[in-house]
Design a protein around this ligand. Structure first.
Ligand code: SF4
Length: 64
């Protein structure tokens, strides 16, 4: 089963917590806002992405 991850750019405030938790999936643009590098979460990173979801203060990250 694959997991897809999305960042709502209208909600993201650029705290960078997601990038600190899982840089393999979340990069930051030149303004510090999140960019999803791999919409389909690479195997083994599901837990880190779940941590990113839980730690995003803006609840901007969703997974399906
Ligand atoms: S933690 Fe949330 S608000 Fe902060 S950069 Fe990541 S997606 Fe954006």
């Amino acid at each position: 089963m694959t997991v897809d991850v999305f960042v709502d750019k209208d909600l993201c405030q650029g705290h960078a917590r997601c990038n600190l938790i899982c840089p393999e999936v979340f990069d930051l643009d030149e303004h510090g806002f999140a960019v999803v590098l791999a919409q389909e979460v690479p195997p083994g990173h599901e837990g880190a992405v779940e941590d990113a979801v839980q730690n995003c203060p803006e609840q901007a990250i969703t997974i399906k």
